[in-house]
Design a protein around this ligand. Structure first.
Ligand SMILES: Nc1ncnc2c1ncn2[C@@H]1O[C@H](COP(=O)(O)OP(=O)(O)OP(=O)(O)O)[C@@H](O)[C@H]1O
Ligand SMILES: [Mg+2]
Length: 246
C-alpha cells in the first residue's frame, strides 16, 4: 500500500507512453516522474513534440500510460473504471484549452453551466455557481451574451469561469494564451496568477519560455523526458546557458 501525502494532488511515477507506429515505436513519455502539490503553479514546458500534450492527457484522465502509475489525489487512476474516472475528472480537474471550446449557440452563462449539468447539479444551484464564477473573472455583465459577442480574451475568461464553476482541485490549462495577442495573453496570465494567489492549484502547459517563467516551478520536457524540474527563475537561467553554449 502506497502512503499518500495529503498535499500531493498529482503524482507521476515512472510513466511511459509508447505509440506503436508500424514497426517503430514513439516514446512520447519516457520514464516521467513528478509530484504536484496543493497550491502550486507549475508550468510544463518543452518544444513541439516533447510530450507536453501526452502528459496533459494523462493528467486529465483522457489517456492512460503504457507503463507506470498516475496517482490523482492518492488514487491510482488505473484502478478506476470508466464511470469513476469521469466522476473523478469532473470533481478534481478544470480544463482550459487554447481554443476556448465554447458552444456558439449557448449563452456565456449556459456555457459555464455545462459541466455542472453533466455533474447533475440542480438548475438553481447551477445558475448561482455559474454567475459567481463569471463574477470572479469579471464578466458578470456578459451572462446573456453569445460567445461570438466577446473578445478573445473575454472568451478565454469564460472558459476559465467554466473550469472554476465546478470548484476543481486543479486547473489544467493547455496553451491558454496560444490564440491571444500579447496584451490579452498578459491579462489571462495575470488572471491565472491571481487564482493561484487565492489558493488554486494550476498546471499550465506551454511551449513559450516567457510565459513559463511566470509560474513558480517549471517542469521541462525534452523527447518525453524531464530534463529540468525546479524553480522557474533557475529554469530561465538554464535555458539561457543552453542558448549560449549551443
Ligand atoms: N496518437 C499518436 N500516435 C503516434 N504518435 C503520437 C501520437 N500522439 C503523439 N505522438 C508523438 O508523441 C510525441 C509527443 O507528442 P505531444 O503531442 O505530446 O507533443 P507536444 O509537446 O504536446 O507538442 P506540441 O507543442 O506540438 O503540441 C511526438 O513525437 C508525437 O509525434
Ligand atoms: Mg501539444
Amino acid at each position: 500500500m502506497k502512503i499518500h501525502d495529503v498535499n500531493t494532488l498529482i503524482e507521476f511515477e515512472k510513466i511511459d507512453k509508447i505509440y506503436q507506429m508500424g514497426d517503430s515505436e514513439v516514446r512520447a513519455a519516457d520514464g516521467v516522474s513528478f509530484k504536484i502539490c496543493k497550491g502550486e503553479f507549475v508550468a510544463i514546458v518543452g518544444q513541439s513534440g516533447s510530450g507536453k500534450s501526452t502528459c496533459m492527457n494523462i493528467i486529465g484522465c483522457l489517456d492512460v500510460p503504457t507503463h507506470g502509475h498516475y496517482y490523482l489525489n492518492g488514487r491510482d487512476t488505473a484502478t478506476l473504471d470508466k464511470n469513476e474516472q469521469a466522476e473523478f475528472r469532473n470533481k478534481m480537474l478544470g480544463f482550459v484549452f487554447q481554443q476556448y471550446n465554447l458552444l456558439p449557440k449557448l449563452s456565456v452563462q449556459e456555457n459555464v453551466e455545462l459541466p455542472l449539468l453533466y455533474a447533475r447539479i440542480p438548475p438553481a444551484e447551477r445558475a448561482r455557481r455559474a454567475r459567481e464564477a463569471l463574477a470572479r473573472v469579471g464578466l458578470e455583465g456578459k451572462c446573456k451574451n453569445l460567445p461570438s459577442q466577446l473578445s478573445g480574451g473575454q472568451q478565454q475568461r469564460v472558459s476559465i469561469a467554466r473550469a472554476l464553476a465546478g470548484d476543481p482541485s486543479v486547473i489544467l490549462a493547455d496553451e491558454p494564451t496560444g490564440a491571444l495577442d500579447s496584451r490579452t495573453s498578459r491579462e489571462v496570465l495575470d488572471f491565472l496568477k491571481n487564482l493561484n494567489a487565492g489558493g488554486n492549484t494550476i498546471v499550465l502547459i506551454t511551449h513559450d519560455n516567457g510565459i513559463a517563467a511566470e509560474a513558480q516551478r517549471i517542469i521541462r520536457l525534452q523527447d518525453g523526458r524531464v530534463v529540468y524540474d525546479g524553480p522557474a527563475v533557475d529554469a530561465a537561467r538554464v535555458q539561457f546557458a543552453e542558448g549560449v553554449v549551443g
